[in-house]
Design a protein around this ligand. Sequence first.
Ligand SMILES: Nc1ncnc2c1ncn2[C@@H]1O[C@H](COP(=O)(O)OP(=O)(O)OP(=O)(O)O)[C@@H](O)[C@H]1O
Length: 306
Amino acid sequence: MPPTAPAVEIVGLVKRYDDHEIVRSLDLVAARGQVTAVLGPNGAGKTTTIECCEGLRRPDGGTVRVLGLDPLTDGPSLRPRVGVMLQDGGLPSSVRALELLEHVSTMYADPWDVPDLVERLGLAGFARTTVRRLSGGQRQRLAMATALVGRPELVFLDEPSAGLDPQSRHAVWELVRALRAQGVSVLLTTHLMDEAEDLADHVVIVDHGQVIAQGSPSELIDSSARTSLTFAAAPGLPTISLASALGAGVQETTPGHYTVSGSVVPATLATLTRWCADRDVLLSRLSTGRRTLEDVFLDLTGRSLR
Ligand SMILES: Nc1ncnc2c1ncn2[C@@H]1O[C@H](COP(=O)(O)OP(=O)(O)OP(=O)(O)O)[C@@H](O)[C@H]1O
């Protein structure tokens, strides 16, 4: 295994279900020791891609290398070095939470101290509860603990904070930061843009099975206009006329709520208020602010539901 191989290297990945191409020539590199976040709308192909990395799905094309190895043929070498947290937990249902964690820890040569993991993820309150009786968020935290207990070099976390209460989410974020500080490589998927912005060194945005943008959160935000402008007024304003006055895009995102895309400078505000005054339109809200990763994501992937 080349010592310099990235944590994950995917080249030209193709995956089809029933002749429908779900992942379409996807390239992705997750560097060692970094947190890489994969974002994308529902059905974009994130889980399918991760499952190909975990050796759970066989690609129809392209290559996948995990720590320089092939997850399909090198499973035995990879298993002790890679932690996997599946989206649906994938835990046996009739065993008690702590017993499961302790049992999994015995499978590893140098496991994470179980009481420490219990403390970090707040598992003590349901340690004696069987998995089938755990709430969704409790099961999620237990799944994360079982993914980490073997002290993996690389961990795949598929939506680790989905359905968690704010306290648990912060605990998960702290743990991801601790993993990074220990030099562990993390590849996670998330729908939480603040999570990606806070935690990730590298963000990969996937849509329709392809990477459509990537970079550090600040690179992605800087690559688009830095300031956002939104306003509220009567529904149904002629956005084409306003866009041409502003020299920027204007979208009515929900009735009566508008977003201006493109460069926002002081003159943009003056033009907007003059355009409204000329038409006797009263702005009920006008707001500018720093653009976020969520703004970039919505610009890139659109606002329609999937
Ligand atoms: N085993 C399967 N058979 C057929 N289609 C599948 C199968 N698994 C996934 N799909 C389809 O592949 C597409 C991508 O699914 P995937 O779970 O990879 O998306 P995702 O980006 O992880 O979405 P989400 O954000 O909703 O979790 C979806 O349209 C899904 O219905």
